[in-house]
Design a protein around this ligand. Structure first.
Ligand SMILES: Nc1ncnc2c1ncn2[C@@H]1O[C@H](COP(=O)(O)OP(=O)(O)OP(=O)(O)O)[C@@H](O)[C@H]1O
Length: 260
């Protein structure tokens, strides 16, 4: 369960990234966050994982405040949260297996991870995770020799090896072609369904959000302007919220929601 209570984030230069957000996301939900560039989608995900501090409010992960946590408590809470980025964020000049084992780093002493000595059960878990996204045959290939879609699947395997209960995916398919987009979204959906991992995905495209999510949250200028099931996220509703009709070609090629 993720709870945001009166969360605001103002950047140092005075830009308001989030403005008084209140959200409760129960365990196991698959949520899509939509909104134009600058609406606050990345700020929201970065706040949940405390990649930056928020300016006001409180964020609870399974009832524990990540906002106020420090040291080992913060690390424990964070271990539950896996991040997936548009740019995959793999260590390019090393193998797929090593990249997936990076998901185990939070479970061991710094020395052990610097030396790169992981116990066999971690290696087994890494292979199991790679298997789940059908890429185990690439375990000993260097990450930079993989296609974008394959790299993103490795990033998903890394989160699985981390045994994260929550996945935050920041535009995971923004740099992928339509076929690869479908494969990566299918993988995210599969692990959400099979393992019950709470999944929050930032997406530019409302049609993808409708296809995969069970709940859609629309942001504009750092505020929640839509929050509901896919069945309510109709073209008519979005046109009403954003003050203009949504055309089919926008659904295919451009961000859908109104400007910030
Ligand atoms: N590090 C930063 N310093 C100052 N302002 C920032 C910073 N990061 C984001 N912003 C601003 O905060 C607002 C929200 O940005 P954010 O990146 O969260 O939006 P987004 O919906 O994720 O957009 P995108 O789709 O482009 O990633 C924007 O006005 C942006 O310019």
């Amino acid at each position: 369960m993720i709870e945001l209570r009166n969360v605001s984030k103002t950047y140092l230069n005075g830009t308001k990234g989030l403005n008084n957000i209140n959200l409760t996301i129960p365990a196991g939900e698959f949520v899509a966050i939509v909104g134009l560039s600058g609406a606050g989608k990345s700020t929201l995900l970065r706040s949940i994982n405390r990649l930056h501090d928020i300016s006001e409010g409180n964020i609870l992960i399974n009832g524990q405040s990540i906002t106020n946590a420090k040291g080992s408590r913060l690390r424990m809470i964070r271990r539950n949260i896996g991040m997936i980025f548009q740019s995959f964020n793999l260590v390019k000049r090393t193998t797929v297996l090593r990249n997936v084992l990076a998901g185990r780093v939070g479970y061991h002493s710094t020395l052990r991870t610097i030396l790169g000595r992981f116990p066999q059960k971690d290696i087994d878990l890494a292979f199991e995770s790679l298997d789940r996204v059908n890429i185990a045959e690439k375990a000993y290939t260097r990450a930079d020799q993989l296609s974008g879609g394959q790299q993103q699947r490795v990033a998903i395997a890394r989160v699985l090896a981390q045994e994260a209960q929550i996945i935050l995916a920041d535009e995971p398919v923004a740099s992928l072609d339509p076929l690869t987009t479908k494969q990566v979204m299918d993988d995210l959906k599969k692990i959400n369904m099979e393992l019950g991992i709470t999944t929050i995905v930032n997406l530019h495209f409302i049609d993808l959000a409708r296809e995969y999510a069970t709940r859609i949250i629309g942001l504009r200028a750092g505020e929640v302007v839509f929050d509901g099931p896919v069945s309510e996220a109709t073209d008519e509703r979005f046109a009403e919220i954003y003050g203009r009709p949504i055309h089919q070609d926008e659904l295919l090629g451009e961000p859908v929601l109104g400007g910030v």
